[in-house]
Design a protein around this ligand. Structure first.
Ligand code: NAG
Ligand code: NAG
Ligand code: NAG
Length: 527
């Protein structure tokens, strides 16, 4: 008995390392077996149509499809923004970018990150006795106190931003293709410059505060994530405390990893092979949950935004959400836009014995809901001094209700106008655009920004492709318009009266992660 206790304590202490004081670790036996564990898996740039359970043309997601049959699948589930950093900031704060300050992406040289006086989900859960871990892409600031280990995560393993924001020795598939990192021992950055490629500094891989590889080996990354996730679940379960694990995958963002893919003898396109690799990785994490803490773990799978259309055949599928009003004007209607293809994402909830099996939910829900839902299920409480945009969706998850949001706001994520501005309003089945614009498409063209006053209004129940706006002056249009105006005015008043934060987007080359400044591309000595 004493030996077991010591062993558990030892595992916990080594695992949490220097980042978690011993005193906090001691007295958590009272929560054993009561609070649920949470695993949140966030895919990157995955299209709604990339999930086989959503879209019959896709046949590459056997594990996810099985998870859908064993849990709940959401078909009207939305990212909180349609680009990386804002979407992730909203997941971890339950607040839109206009409140949490993150309205566009952070750079390799960004000094700041998610504002320090925003409270993250990990901070709230850690306060409630949870062991917290994050694996994968952070992209909420890497310099100083913006690092995940200072934002509520006891454990971190992953890359600080997107994996196209640094060179590697295994460049994989990108469009246009990018070169491998420069080699040799010469001082300073390399001098190669390719359009759309980061060639000066190699992509780093962190474990907690240390760079453990630079450049990271992209071919082995999925396997490493699976191993680290498995170890985290194992150690956290052994510690007797409930856990939160947030896994932000590199898939399906470019570059798509190369080695295993070129060995795909069936000659299927790289995107499908990468989708299968992601599906296997999710399957490995789910298997570990099933073997370790099956009935006490809530697994939530979703995506950060829609496909990156400018990557052509290396971009995913929007399914039926083609945004054809926009694509006829030019540009893409996917990632970086407020068209459905930009933010309607695959979403699955899996919790054997608690979430009903093989159910499709049409409730209007959002990544913003993860924070309030998880906090409620953990028996913790939301910070009282600020407002949240998400809602507690647990009654939908338990199958007691079909009611999600009546109203949802989609912020601009780069395609047109001011970053973060609430340009598009979802009101039940209707969707109103005050600004339209297409992101860069495969043909290199963008759709020009256009203001609409009065707004364009689509009925998504009859027109999922957003092809034909309602006729202005028609009965349906005139019935919907006043309420659209009202809910938009209300949220802006609410935000004006809320505590909001401002992100520091200044840049300084000296904050770039660098293992060894004396080696080309900042290579670590060991790689
Ligand atoms: C990268 O990882 C792959 C897969 O794990 C491995 O086969 C390969 O040898 C690694 N390459 C380097 C340079 O370490
Ligand atoms: C899930 O539901 C679908 C449609 O209702 C049905 O065809 C299928 O057999 C069910 N699958 C399982 C595993 O229960
Ligand atoms: C963050 O700090 C700023 C500056 O002190 C303050 O105006 C703002 O209300 C704070 N935000 C939150 C969410 O507390």
């Amino acid at each position: 008995m004493g030996w077991l206790f010591l062993k558990v304590l030892f595992v916990g202490v080594t695992f949490l390392g220097c980042l978690y004081p011993l005193v906090d670790f001691c007295c958590s036996g009272d929560t054993r077996g009561q609070k649920p564990n949470f695993v949140i898996i966030l895919a990157d740039d995955m299209g709604w149509g990339d999930l086989g359970a959503n879209w019959a043309e896709t046949k590459d997601t056997a594990n996810l499809d099985e998870m859908a049959a064993e849990g709940m699948r959401f078909v009207d589930f939305h990212a909180a923004a349609s680009t990386c950093s804002p979407s992730r900031a909203s997941l971890l704060t339950g607040r839109l970018g206009l409140r949490n300050g993150v309205t566009h992406n952070f750079a390799v040289t960004s000094v700041g990150g998610l504002p320090l006086n925003e409270t993250t989900l990990a901070e709230v859960l850690r306060q409630a006795g949870y062991v917290t871990g994050m694996i994968g892409k952070w992209h909420l600031g890497h310099h100083g106190s913006y690092h995940p280990n200072f934002r509520g995560f006891d454990y971190y393993f992953g890359i600080p931003y997107s994996h196209d924001m640094g060179c590697t020795d295994t460049p994989g598939y990108n469009h246009p293709p990018c070169p491998a990192c420069p080699r040799g021992d010469g001082d300073g950055p390399s001098r190669t410059h390719e359009r759309d490629c980061y060639t000066d500094v190699a992509l780093p891989l962190y474990e907690n505060l240390n760079i453990v590889e630079q450049p990271v080996n992209l071919s082995g990354l999925a396997q490493k994530y699976a191993e680290k996730a498995t170890q985290f679940i194992q150690h956290a379960s052994a510690s007797g405390r409930p856990f939160l694990l947030y896994v932000a995958l590199a898939h399906m963002h470019v570059p798509l990893s190369g080695t295993r893919l070129s060995a795909d003898r069936r000659g299927r396109r790289p995107y499908g092979a990468a989708l299968r690799e992601m599906d296997r990785l999710v399957g490995q994490i789910k298997d570990k949950v099933d073997r370790t803490a099956r009935e006490n773990t809530f697994l939530w799978f979703t995506g950060d935004n829609g496909p990156w259309a400018q990557k052509c055949e290396l971009a995913g599928s929007v399914g039926p959400f083609t945004g054809s009003w926009q694509t006829h004007q030019g540009g893409s209607a996917a990632k970086q836009t407020t068209w459905e293809g930009g933010h309607r994402v695959p979403a699955l909830a899996y919790w054997p014995g608690t979430v009903p099996i093989n159910v499709t939910s049409t409730a209007l829900l959002s990544v913003l809901d993860i924070f309030p839902t998880v906090v409620a299920l953990a028996g913790a409480s939301l910070p009282q001094d600020r407002h949240f945009d998400g809602l507690d969706a647990s009654s939908v998850l338990f199958g007691w209700s079909q009611t999600g949001h009546r109203v949802l706001f989609h912020p601009n994520s780069g395609a047109a106008g001011e970053y973060g501005a609430l340009q598009t309003v979802r009101l039940e089945q209707h969707k109103a655009f005050y600004v339209t614009g297409g992101a860069k498409a495969c043909d290199g063209k963008v759709g020009p920004p256009r203001l609409h006053e009065p707004p364009l209004i689509f009925n998504l129940e009859e027109d999922v492709a957003e092809a034909e706006p309602l006729e202005e002056g028609g009965a349906e249009y005139e019935r919907v318009l006043p309420e659209v105006r009202q809910v938009l005015a209300d949220v802006l008043v609410d935000i004006a009266g809320d505590k909001t934060s401002r992100a520091d987007y200044t840049r300084d080359p000296s904050v770039t992660p660098c293992c060894d400044p004396h080696r080309k591309a900042c290579r670590c000595h060991t790689t």
